[in-house]
Design a protein around this ligand. Structure first.
Ligand code: SAM
Length: 279
């Protein structure tokens, strides 16, 4: 098959920066990402962002079935050529963020996500799997290097944030591969990394909503103490805020970003137990 770049050119395809269109073509890298994701003959894969179909094709060769979402309909003629013969693969043209994940899961059963994510929607796409998915076993995605650092950051570091806590609650995250910007076309201004999140381990909380709201509250104003953020977010007196923190065993003057994801989980259980975030 001709190189992906040539096929795109032949079809007069115009790259759209707004859709985060930085494509891959290096077959060694593509096969390595498929391996990183642990895709095998019995794996059903969900991909977000088909692009010219380079990763899709590599996934199709290894997997049982591939379902791939692509927002840009002008890629249709390109994909008819690049995915010719990939009988186990279906491309749906539409915005994945608006897709019905419950219906997708009913169709797919257990599945693995593997994607070179469009950078402008990395976090919302990832949070869909972390917060909503029921049948997703793992997520292996290419993201900007600095975003990869955020996903698995330790507490009390600048990279630590709400998304780190959300991921840690559901599983474990590690960076499996660094990818230089030179391997993309067009070439982006940043380097990338492949991260893999496995939905095993993590920790349980009494209420998912209370956990989400507590994490939001903890990072409301990073420089402020957790006590001040509690007062501002929950509209309680300083005395009540002190009481809530002491019920969770959190000392005075502590900032939210110093608490590990599991400690944030414990604090959310206290808040939930005290009647917050119930409606
Ligand atoms: N998988 C291809 C590759 O590795 O060469 C393309 C990756 S490119 C970084 C991201 C792709 O996601 C683009 O083709 C873009 O049009 C598509 N995309 C952007 N936003 C999307 C969305 N909300 N839903 C589905 N696809 C989207």
């Amino acid at each position: 098959m001709e190189a992906y770049r040539d096929i795109l050119q032949k079809h007069g395809f115009a790259f759209k920066k707004a859709f985060g269109q930085n494509f891959l073509g290096d077959s060694n890298l593509l096969d390595a990402i498929v391996k990183d994701a642990g895709v095998g003959r019995d794996t059903t894969v969900l991909e977000i962002g088909t692009g010219a179909g380079a990763l899709t094709r590599a996934l199709s060769k290894a997997a049982k079935r591939v379902l791939s979402y692509e927002i840009d309909g002008t890629l249709a003629p390109v994909l008819s050529e690049t995915l010719a013969g990939c009988e186990n693969t279906e491309v749906v043209f539409g915005d994945f963020l608006k897709a019905d994940l419950k219906a997708i899961e009913e169709d797919l059963g257990e599945y693995t996500v593997c994607a070179n994510l469009p950078y402008y929607v990395t976090t919302p796409v990832l949070l869909r799997f972390v917060e909503e998915a029921k049948k997703c076993r793992s997520v292996t995605v290419m993201v900007q290097e600095e975003v990869a650092a955020r996903f698995s950051a330790r507490e009390n570091t600048p990279a630590y944030g709400a998304v780190t806590a959300a991921i840690a609650h559901r599983g474990t995250c590690r960076t499996v591969r660094k990818v230089p910007r030179t391997l993309f076309f067009p070439r982006p201004n940043v380097d990338s990394a492949v991260v893999r999140i496995d939905f095993t381990g993590g920790f349980s909380v009494k209420s998912e909503r209370a956990f989400r709201e507590t994490v939001k509250l903890a990072f409301l104003s990073r420089r402020k103490t957790l006590e001040n953020n509690v007062i501002n977010a929950l509209h309680v007196s300083r005395e009540r805020a002190k009481e809530l923190l002491s019920l969770a065993g959190v000392g005075e003057g502590v900032r939210g970003e110093t608490l590990s994801p599991a400690r944030l989980g414990e604090f959310s259980d206290v808040l939930f137990g005290e009647g917050f975030f119930r409606t």
